[in-house]
Design a binder for this molecule. Structure first.
Ligand SMILES: *Cc1c(COP(=O)(O)O)cnc(C)c1O
Length: 417
C-alpha cells in the first residue's frame, strides 16, 4: 500500500485543489464588460444616473424568470437579505425564530439584528434541520423557521412546510451556500415565504459581497423593498403594485450597479457551475462507492437536488475525522472540518446571551418560556459536526483531478482504518 503523505509518502496530488470560490473562479470577460459598462455610463446607482444600465433590475428579472417567482430584490449581502426578510414578516422584539444548530453564524446573528432571539433545533442525518425536532422548541412566541440547505444539500421541505402551516408561522429559506439547490424539482428559496441568497466570496455565485431575496408575495415584497431602501418604494409601478402607503423605517441595503453587473453575469452561469460540480461530485462518489463501499456520507432528502458543491464524509468518531482531515490535507486534497466541528449556538453571543447591547437586549425580553441554551441541546449536531469532513468540489475539477481525489480518499481511508 502507498505510504501516506503524512508519514512521508508521495502526496496523491502535486498541487492543491483549486480554491473554494466556485463563482469567482469562473469569472471571464463577461464580468469585466459588465463592470466596464457601468463605469463608462457613470451610473453606479441602481435608481438613477445619467445613463443608467439597469444591471440590478436585469439581475432581478433573471432571478424571477429562472426561479419562477414574482419578486426578486438585490441587496448588499445574505445577512441583509435575512434581516430584510424578517423585517418584511414583521418579526421583532419579543419574537423567537427557529434556526438549525448547524449553519453559518449569520443565520442566527440576523435574528438578533432584528431584535428577536434564535431558538435552535437539531439536525438529522442530512445535517440539515430535523423536522422532528421542531415541536421541542415550539411555543406561541416562535414566529418563523429559517431552513438552511447547508453546503449544497436540500432541506426536507415538505414536513417543515407542513409544520409551519399547522402552527401558522413563516418559513425563510437561507440558500446562501446553495444557489440552485432543488427539493423535489423545485428551487429552494421558492418554497417558503422568502428565500435569501448570498454572493459573497465563498458562495456558488459571487461578486465578493452581495445578496438577494425572492418572494411570491406582493405585500412582503413591498415591505422588503421599503426596509432595504430607507422606507421608500420607488419601483412600485414597474411591478404593478399599488403602494399601500404604509410608513416604515428602513436601512440602506441597496445593491450597487457594479455589484449588479457582476452578479447578473454570474447568474447566467448558474446552471454551468452547478452542472460541473454535480458531475465531479457524482464521479468521485461513484469511485468511492465501488472501491470503498463502507465509507459513509451525509443523507440527502433528494439527491437529484444536491448542487454537488461539497462531498461530506462522516466517520465513526471525532478523532478519526480529525486524522482523516489532516492526512488528506497532506495529500494536497484540501478538506475542512466544518465550523470547527461545533454547532452554531456555541458562539458566546448566543450561548452566553451576550449581545454587546445594553442589558443584553434583545435577550432581556420577559419571554413566557425563558430562553435557555445548553451546549448539548442539539446532540446530533454536536456529534455529526465533530466527526464529519467536508471536501469542497470546484467547478474546475478535470478528470485527472477527479481520479487523484478519489484515489487519495481511498488511500487515506485504507491507511488509517
Ligand atoms: C455566508 C452565509 C450567510 C451570510 O452571507 P453574507 O452574504 O456573507 O452576508 C448566511 N447564511 C449562510 C448559511 C451562509 O453560509
Amino acid at each position: 500500500m502507498d505510504k501516506l503523505a503524512i508519514h512521508g509518502g508521495k502526496p496523491a496530488r502535486e498541487a492543491l485543489l483549486p480554491p473554494n470560490y466556485p463563482g469567482a473562479i469562473m469569472y471571464g470577460k463577461e464580468e469585466v464588460e459588465g463592470i466596464e459598462a457601468v463605469v463608462r455610463s457613470k451610473s453606479p446607482f441602481r435608481y438613477y444616473g445619467p445613463d443608467l444600465q439597469y444591471k440590478v433590475r436585469e439581475l432581478e428579472t433573471g432571478m424571477r424568470q429562472k426561479l419562477e417567482v414574482d419578486y426578486a430584490l438585490g441587496v448588499t449581502s445574505c445577512t441583509a437579505a435575512l434581516i430584510v426578510a424578517m423585517k418584511a414578516l414583521g418579526i421583532g422584539y419579543g419574537d423567537k425564530v427557529i434556526v438549525p444548530a448547524i449553519t453559518f453564524i449569520a443565520t442566527a446573528g440576523a435574528v438578533l439584528c432584528c431584535n428577536a432571539v434564535p431558538v435552535f433545533v437539531d439536525v438529522d442525518e442530512s445535517m440539515n434541520l430535523d423536522p422532528n425536532d421542531l415541536e421541542r422548541v415550539m411555543d406561541d412566541e416562535v414566529k418563523a423557521i429559517i431552513a438552511v440547505p447547508i453546503l449544497g444539500n436540500p432541506c426536507d421541505m415538505d414536513p417543515i412546510m407542513a409544520f409551519a402551516r399547522q402552527k401558522g408561522i413563516h418559513v425563510i429559506e437561507d440558500v446562501a451556500q446553495s444557489a440552485g439547490v432543488k427539493y423535489k424539482g423545485r428551487y429552494q428559496g421558492t418554497i417558503g415565504d422568502i428565500g435569501a441568497f448570498s454572493f459573497q466570496m465563498n458562495k456558488v455565485l459571487s461578486s465578493g459581497e452581495g445578496g438577494a431575496l425572492i418572494t411570491k408575495s406582493s405585500s412582503l415584497f413591498e415591505r422588503a423593498v421599503r426596509y432595504h431602501d430607507q422606507g421608500l418604494f420607488r419601483d412600485a409601478e414597474l411591478y404593478g403594485i399599488t403602494p399601500s402607503g404604509i410608513a416604515m423605517n428602513g436601512q440602506n441595503y441597496r445593491m450597487s450597479e457594479i455589484t449588479g453587473a457582476v452578479v447578473l453575469e454570474q447568474w447566467k452561469k448558474l446552471d454551468d457551475i452547478v452542472g460541473r460540480m454535480q458531475a465531479a461530485n457524482r464521479a468521485i462518489r461513484d469511485h468511492l462507492e465501488k472501491q470503498q463501499p463502507n465509507m459513509k456520507f451525509r443523507d440527502c432528502p433528494d439527491s437529484d437536488g444536491d448542487i454537488g458543491s461539497s462531498l461530506s464524509m462522516i466517520f465513526p468518531n471525532a478523532q478519526f475525522a480529525a486524522q482523516f482531515n489532516q492526512a488528506l490535507n497532506a495529500e494536497r486534497i484540501n478538506t475542512v472540518l466544518l465550523y470547527g466541528g461545533k454547532p452554531v449556538y456555541s458562539f458566546p453571543q448566543f450561548m452566553n446571551q451576550q449581545t454587546g447591547e445594553k442589558g443584553n437586549f434583545p435577550y432581556d425580553y420577559a419571554f413566557r418560556n425563558p430562553i435557555r441554551y445548553t451546549m448539548d441541546m442539539c446532540p446530533r449536531a454536536c456529534d455529526l459536526a465533530s466527526r464529519s469532513v467536508w471536501l469542497p468540489i470546484s467547478p474546475l475539477l478535470d478528470d485527472k483531478d477527479i481520479d487523484e481525489i478519489s484515489n487519495g480518499l481511498i488511500k487515506v481511508y485504507r491507511g488509517l482504518i
